[in-house]
Design a protein around this ligand. Sequence first.
Ligand code: 5GP
Ligand code: ZN
Length: 115
Amino acid sequence: MISDCVFCKITAGQAPAKKLYEDNDVIAFHDINPQAPVHILVIPRKHIRNLLYVDEKDALILSKLIMVATMMAKEQKIAEKGYRIVINTNRCAGQSVDHLHIHVLGGRIMSWPPG
Ligand code: 5GP
Ligand code: ZN
C-alpha cells in the first residue's frame, strides 16, 4: 500500500469506486472518466508501478488481470462485437496513475492506430 496512490486507496476501501469484481489479488471498477460506453479498470491489489516493475513472482497476478479483463468484457456484453485492452506504460504512452492497470474499453468503434 502506497499512501499517496489513488488505486491503493481504492483497494483498501479508503477511496470510493464503482466496483464490479474483487478477489484476493485483483479488483475491477468503472473508470471515473470513461473514454467509451464501457470503460473498466482492472488492477492488482499489490502496488506494482507498471509493467516495467513486474517480476517473476507476479506472473500469476498478471494472468489473473487478463482473465478478469476478459470476464468483464463478457459480462458487459462487449466481447462479441469487439473490445480493447490497454496498458499504458510511462508518460508518453499516457500513464497518469502509477499503479498497474488494464483498461477494458468497448461499446463503440475503436480507431487504429491509437492516438
Ligand atoms: P492511465 O492514464 O494511467 O492509463 O489511466 C488512469 C485511469 O484512471 C484514467 O482513465 C482515469 O480516468 C482513471 N482514474 C484516475 N483516478 C481515478 C479514480 O479515483 N477513480 C476511478 N474510478 N478512476 C480513476
Ligand atoms: Zn498503488
